[in-house]
Design a protein around this ligand. Sequence first.
Ligand code: ASP
Length: 443
Amino acid sequence: MKLHFQTLFVAIGLGIKRNGHIFLAIILGILFGNWIHNNPDKLQAVVSILDIVGQAFIRVIQMVVIPLVCSAIVVGISSIGDSKQIGKFGKKMIILYTIISLVAVSIGTTLALVVQPGVGLHDLISKTSAAEVQAQVNGYLTLQQGMLGNIFLDMIPQNPIESLAKGEMIPIIFFALIFSLALSKVGEINRPIVSFFESVFAATMKLTDWIMVFAAPGIFALTTVAVANFGLQMFVTISKFFLVLFSGILLLFFVVYPLMLKCFSKVPVGTFYTAIIEALLVAFGTASSSATLPLTIACCEKRGISHKVCSFVLPLGATLHMDGTALFQTVAVLFLTQAYGVALEPIQIAQVALLSIVASCTSAGIPGAGLITIALVLNGIGLTPQQLVEGFAFLFAIERVLDMIRTTANVASDTVVAAIIADNENEIDYDLLNNTDEYKEII
Ligand code: ASP
């Protein structure tokens, strides 16, 4: 009898921490989604309802992202005050982000060249690429080409209020950074604005806490819908591609990030992963670095990394640095060239790797963005327009779960860089970080 009660409590999630709830939600979502996929005539209404629940969860977190990013940057930068220190943070951030991205694409390239996941899969690609998806994809390719010419100009907002209203993260961050720098130079007169943003920041953090109450059901819904759309069988069909991508991401998690932490800081790896676990699980569930940002900041700040570092490094990282995406793009493009029998010269392979870094930087932190910007890497590597569209549509069909996996790496690497900078600049409270038993739940 007692055992039954225990099972029941676990089943309804009592007595386990919030990250346990979310983890359980992901596992149940995968199993339930796969079951629905295999029984397509049953429960389609449930999938529609779960889709609404999942989208509602993403919307409520996205709702706090813009006020959070603006307030975090204003409070963070004006508290740094000294522009030399900001320059130091910035330099370190660029160096570390570049190193991690280069390592990520090197891993992707090596694995794809050794395992050759695309060889022999031409038929599968044309079979999976349904005509209606191809039509949609054509639109994306055209849109993307139009956008690429303006990447740099688009970073500068003509009208910051318009960018705010449209939720354009890069121009918003650009303006917030220089505005905060200016604020830090005008002396005491900046107090009303800084106090205003301090209040906004505190309130958005509180909202994030509340939203986390819905994390488990939200993520269960998102995972179920993602898996129900194509089922786990798909991974068997594309097993080699999935294997290469997944091994690459695992190498990032278990070799590259730990080595970075060990070489460049004294942050203990296991403890650090415990500190950021909620953010990683939410990144997996939502497939959006931007939507996860409130959580990423909450985990890092509540567990020892200073506000100064978090407010500067994490919003920029969530928007501009995505090494899970860069790795995915490298593997996906090499996969397609192998499937179509296009032989690439070493210089072209290097071009794919480097362009993947650029393309990943231009991806917004939202679901599916990395797949759209992959057009930049795919262009000019010798695929015919028909193959390009077919290949793109194939990736589209298997996209969501791959996105969940790469987004988790995107978020992890941002936090790793924040931790290293914080360590180097004496901006970590190690007593707080190391005391995992005392970690407050996010809520
Ligand atoms: N979904 C990813 C992110 O938000 C971007 C991508 O599509 O790769 O980090």
